[in-house]
Every structure is written in C-alpha cells, then in structure tokens.
Design a protein around this ligand. Structure first.
Ligand SMILES: NC(=O)c1ccc[n+]([C@@H]2O[C@H](COP(=O)([O-])OP(=O)(O)OC[C@H]3O[C@@H](n4cnc5c(N)ncnc54)[C@H](O)[C@@H]3O)[C@@H](O)[C@H]2O)c1
Length: 355
C-alpha cells in the first residue's frame, strides 16, 4: 500500500505496536520509527523494533531538521505526543505545546513537502470538560450511566459522537490536539495532502508503559500483579467513572482499512474507541483485575475531583463503523488477560517501571 512509512513517536505504545503490525503485514515496506524516547519505558521497544526490521531514528518532532529524512515518506502516522491530559496543570506547558502543537506543524510541513498521506491520532479530550460534567448521570451499582434527559447534541445511549459541541475549555492537552486537527484540515484543503483524524478514546494493550496520568488500564493491572496502592480519585472516590477502551491491534485493523480507501476518508474526523460494549468503570476494572490475577490490593478513596477529570466518556463509533464496517474484535476480558500475561512474562523489565 505504501513503500515508506514514518511513524513519529514510533517507540511509544501506539507507535511501536503500529510499526510492528505494519511491518508484519507489509514486510516489503520500509518502516521508520522516529522517537526522542521522552516516555520512560519507550527504550524497551527498541530491540522489538530492530528484531522485526523496523528502523529506528532518534529524533524530535520539535526540530524540523530531525524530519529531514534521507528518503521521504509516503505515509506519516503521527503518534508522538505528550499524551497526558494533566500535562501543564502543575508545571510549565512548554513541552506539551511545543511537541503536540508546534511538533505537529513540523510533521504537517513534512507531508506538505512530500505530498505524503497522514493519519493524526487525536483524542476524545477535544470535547470540553464542563459540558461533559454538566450532563445528567445516574449512579448504578458499579458505574455512572448517562441519563437520557440531556438536550445536548451528539450524546446518546451510544456515547459521544462527532456532533458533540466543541465550545469551552478542554485542557491544554485537548487544545493542542484540536488545534492540530484544525491545522491538518487546512493543509488538506490548501495543499492537497490527504489525511484522516481519529479522535481516540482510551487505547491500551501490551507494551503500554502505564502511569498514573496515562495508561491507567496497564497501571491498574500491574499494581495488582506487583502489589502497591491505587486510588479512586474524584466523583466521591467510588471508582464509578466510565471510559471505553480499545486494543491497539483493533486500532491498527481500522487504520489499514482507512488507508486502503484514503480518498473516501480524506479530511474526515472520526470518534474511535471500544464504544459501549468495551466500556468500564474503575470499580469494574478492579473487579476484572482481581478475577484475572486472583489478587487484591488496597484502594484509597479520594472524593475530590481533579481539574481535568470527567465522569464519563464512551466513544459513539457509529460514523466510523458504518463508513468501514470495522468493529473492535477483542473483548474487555481478552484485552485485560493479554495485558496480564504480558506483564507476567516481562516482569523483570517491567517491575521497576510499572510498580
Ligand atoms: N494511549 C491512549 O489512550 C491515547 C488516547 C487518545 C489519543 N492518543 C494519542 O495517541 C498517540 C500515541 O500515544 P501513546 O499512548 O502511544 O503515548 P506514548 O507516550 O506511549 O507514545 C508517545 C511517544 O512519543 C514520543 N515523544 C514525545 N515527545 C516527542 C517529541 N518531541 N519528538 C519525538 N517523539 C516524542 C515519546 O517518547 C513516546 O515514545 C498520541 O498522540 C496520543 O495523544 C493516545
């Protein structure tokens, strides 16, 4: 399909998994993973990439010079980021803005120069925090559920669609992503590059270096395996906040389909996630981790809600599903079991990072 693929953030969780899956399916294409290894644990992916024939280049998307490559890409998968929604709250936002916004501009310039195609991994965090907080929720035994009394467009029993209103603050992380979406849309219109924007919910799977502010599914499982403490933070400290999760390999299957008919998807924005069937609360996540590991760990209850928190987000994927026929294949339990096996298998390497 493509001869020369550049994956920015290619040593990160999503980038490395996409690189390996792509190289496996299309061994004849050249896959180049560019990463500055800012994310702790990304270095563990380097031998995996090398062994599979994926080339690695140490580079930083903040530096346009690092994107001057010997052989220009015909496809860029933009997977580099400061991916934490909490970034900039208690510290300078410089790295976040310089990478997620200015760095994306450098990637857009690269695709403009070479007329390459691009997939941008955006986020559900483009949707404003206050509007989500103000929706009506009812408390069920183990989770919050959307009440159907809401009159806001783009929210229904299927979750949040692309029609959900965008006005209002959304965190700097979400803002850098939304700004990048807007810029990409202009590059498509003005310069004729082809691009797709996927607004992803929570992505997870093996080789995610889970930490408190990003990669919570892996972190939760790792703490159950290695021991330690977890906290239900916000919304009364009950762990009833809900997200949908998607296995990174299901995301890959979707990307392949989208890129096979890029002219159909060019310029489109899609909400992409596990949807209602793959939604769970933290309390339900704990329950699954306990069932899979047969272990229990202490969980603290912190009632106060943090600035960027939202009680509920589930991707309404009807647009992408009807455009492609794609559906996630892996169930909640399968995803969590796979993560658990991966942690056990690589315990020596992962314990210092994940416990
Ligand atoms: N994981 C999720 O739940 C999720 C959800 C929605 C969107 N996304 C988006 O998907 C993309 C991939 O996220 P991830 O989960 O793999 O995160 P990750 O932190 O595992 O990967 C990001 C990679 O980018 C690298 N990086 C950071 N700054 C860089 C820079 N200036 N130059 C080059 N490389 C840099 C990091 O070292 C890391 O390896 C991000 O754009 C993120 O915003 C992720």
């Amino acid at each position: 399909m493509y001869d020369n693929i550049l994956i920015t953030g290619g040593a990160g969780f999503v980038g490395s998994n996409l690189a390996l899956l792509w190289k496996h399916d299309f061994p004849e294409s050249r896959v180049l993973a560019l990463d500055n290894l800012k994310r702790r644990g990304a270095e563990l992916n380097l031998p995996r990439l090398r062994n599979a024939g994926v080339e690695y280049i140490h580079g930083d998307i903040r530096n346009p010079e690092d994107l001057e490559l010997e052989s220009p890409p015909d496809l860029v998968l933009e997977c580099s980021a400061e991916p934490s929604v909490l970034a900039g709250y208690d510290s300078s936002p410089a790295y976040l803005i310089n990478t997620n916004l200015m760095g994306t501009v450098n990637c857009l310039e690269l695709v403009r120069k070479h007329q390459a195609d691009i997939v941008f991994l955006s986020t559900s965090r483009v949707y404003p925090i206050q509007t989500i907080n103000q929706l009506l929720y009812r408390e069920e035994a183990t989770r919050l559920a959307l009440d159907n009394g809401s009159t806001i467009s783009g929210v229904s029993e299927f979750g949040f669609s692309e029609e959900f209103p965008l006005a209002g603050p959304r965190s700097l992380y979400g803002t850098t992503k939304l700004s990048s979406e807007l810029l990409l849309t202009e590059y498509i219109d003005m310069y004729g590059v082809r691009g797709i924007i996927n607004r992803c919910g929570v992505l997870t799977g093996p080789w995610q270096m889970g930490k408190v502010d990003q990669g919570v599914i892996v972190l939760w499982m790792a703490r159950h395996i290695f021991g330690g403490q977890l906290s239900y933070i916000g919304y009364g400290g009950l762990g009833k906040q809900v997200r949908d999760i998607l296995h990174v390999a299901d995301l890959y299957d979707l990307l392949k389909q989208q890129l096979r008919s890029i002219d159909v998807h060019n310029g489109e924005i899609y909400n992409v996630g596990g949807g209602v069937p793959l939604s769970l609360s933290l309390a339900e996540l704990t329950d699954l981790c306990q069932q899979i590991t047969d272990r229990q760990i202490p969980i603290d209850h912190i009632p106060e809600t943090r600035d960027a928190d939202i009680p509920y987000y589930v991707s309404d994927c009807r647009k992408i599903c009807s455009a492609t026929g794609w559906q996630p294949k892996r169930s909640l339990r399968e995803i969590l079991e796979e993560i658990s096996c991966w942690i056990e298998e690589h315990a020596a390497q992962l314990k210092p990072l994940l416990s």
